[in-house]
Every structure is written in C-alpha cells, then in structure tokens.
Design a protein around this ligand. Structure first.
Ligand SMILES: [Zn+2]
Length: 288
C-alpha cells in the first residue's frame, strides 16, 4: 500500500548560473532557504516505503500523482532515500525528463534532434512535436544508417547531419557514456542552427566540484582503464547497462563555451507542485 504525502509550501525557484562562483554566491546568500529545501526533501524521501505525491505535470498538462520509490546505496542498505530525478508522473516521464520536455515549446514547429531512440523522452518528443529526429548509438554502426525497423543510428562524436540542421538538440544521460565527449559537444554545436539550443543532463557533481570526476578512460589501445569502481547506468537499449566514464562538474560550462557555444548555463528548477523536488539536478543549456 502506498502512502500519500502532502507538499510543503515552499517557493518555486528557477535559477541560472554561468559558473561555480555565481552559484557559490547564491548559496552563501540563501543558506536558510536552501536548508529548508534540504530538510523538506529528507523528511519526505528518507523512508523505506514507496509513496505518491499529488501535483501537476506541466508536460502532460494535468493533475497527477508522482510516484517515488526510495532506494538504498549498495554500501549502506539501511539508508533509504529518493532519487528525485526519477520521480515519475503517470505519463511515464521522470522529473529529469519533464524538466527537459518543458523547455521545448510545443506548436513552434521547431526541428528537434533527440539523441537516443528508445527512451520515454524520445517517445514523448515523437508523439508531441511534428519535426523530430531520434537516433540510437550502436558500436560498429555507421552514422546515418537506418535499419529495417526504421531506427536511425548516429555516433554523437561524428554525426551524419549537415551543419545547422536543428533548432534543439536534446541529449540526456548520454555524455557520461562517451569517452571523447568533447567531440560530441562540437558536433552538437555544428548541427544546431544559429540561436538554436542544446539541452543536456548528466550525472552532476554539484556544490563546489569544478573538475569532472573521471571514473574510467579509454586507453590508446582501446582498453578501458577504471579509476573508480565501474558504475553502470540503466539503458533502454541494453539490458546489461552502460558504463559511466565520468560525472560532471562546473567545468562543463567552460568546455561548452570553448567549443563554440556563445552561452552556456546550469538551469535549476525547483517546484514541488510540478514534482521538481531538488536544486541539485540542473539542466545544462548551451546556446549557439
Ligand atoms: Zn505527466
């Protein structure tokens, strides 16, 4: 049986930060507010039983229940918490996916490239926007190849699309699996139209972590060298999961600008009513 919980009356926030110092200043000036959010999350999520939250989904545009499934860490099986990015609406989209989906306006006929074909978010874009391309990555498959089922294959570091093909490129939970992810940033920038935007999510170190945390590297002879215990993420295209090469720090914003984007920022959305329960899960937006 699921417990139903109520939402606390905390102010909704939408915050953009262009570097770690801006973020640190904000944290310094809003200590009490951030502590309240932290306590709220812990009071709500640090428990064993699954629960639901009443709220509103701005993507399926209806009153809804959000489903929370507390999990434990492998090294601490007694410590239950909710991964709030996974807080799922009845429409199937997680909080992470809803945040991204909400940033792309419906009805503008924008051309959208969603990196990945099998996720709920890919399906959402295909069902709700008229001009969407999706693709899947598979080792050994050439960019641009389309299989018998109509699935297109692309390597983000070597896209087959001409320059200036898209208004939006959506790339969620992909970069951390690409050893040479900077080539992917360059390709995203090349394939965007002027004033287009790339929208990324990936494991975010947050706080005062500037440098990425390199978990694994590909050596010159093609071997994987692990710096940390291997972490495999769920992948709708492969049951065994997919290796995470790095968790990202604030330096990604500098890298996006260095690779040709005119603007790049971390965008934080906190709004319990909409099921956006933390300030620790930014969407990274890069504008051409
Ligand atoms: Zn929904």
């Amino acid at each position: 049986m699921e417990i139903e919980k109520n939402l606390a009356p905390l102010d909704a926030l939408r915050l953009s930060f262009r570097d770690m110092d801006e973020y640190a200043d904000y944290r310094h000036e809003h200590k009490a507010q951030l502590a309240a959010i932290w306590q709220y999350q812990a009071a709500l999520g640090n428990q064993e039983k699954p629960f639901t939250l009443n709220g509103f989904c701005e993507v399926c545009n209806s009153a809804t229940k959000f489903y929370a499934r507390p999990v434990t860490r492998l090294d601490d099986p007694s410590n239950f918490h909710v991964k709030w990015a996974s807080l799922r609406c009845k429409c199937g989209l997680s909080a992470r996916e809803r945040r991204v989906a909400s940033l792309v306006p419906i009805g503008k006929n924008a051309s959208i490239y969603h990196v990945g074909h099998f996720s709920n978010l890919a399906k959402y874009f295909l069902d709700n926007h008229p001009n969407v391309t999706t693709s899947q990555f598979k080792e050994g498959y050439k960019s641009g190849f389309i299989d018998n089922e109509g699935v297109r294959y692309e390597d983000l570091t070597q896209l087959s699309f001409p320059e200036s093909s898209f208004d939006f490129i959506i790339c969620t939970e992909v970069l951390e699996h690409i050893p040479s992810y900077e080539a992917g940033l360059r390709e995203a920038k090349r394939c965007l139209r002027e004033s287009g935007a790339a929208i990324f999510t990936f494991p975010w170190l947050g706080g005062n972590h500037f440098k990425h945390r390199v978990r694994a590297e590909l050596t010159d002879d093609g071997q994987i060298h692990h710096h940390l215990p291997p972490s495999y993420h769920g992948d709708p295209a492969s049951p065994e999961g997919i290796l995470c090469f790095r968790d990202f720090g604030w330096e990604i914003l500098d890298e996006l600008r260095a690779n040709g984007f005119r603007d790049a920022f971390a965008y934080f959305m906190f709004n319990p009513l909409l099921g956006y329960m933390t300030l620790n899960e930014p969407v990274i937006i890069a504008k051409k």
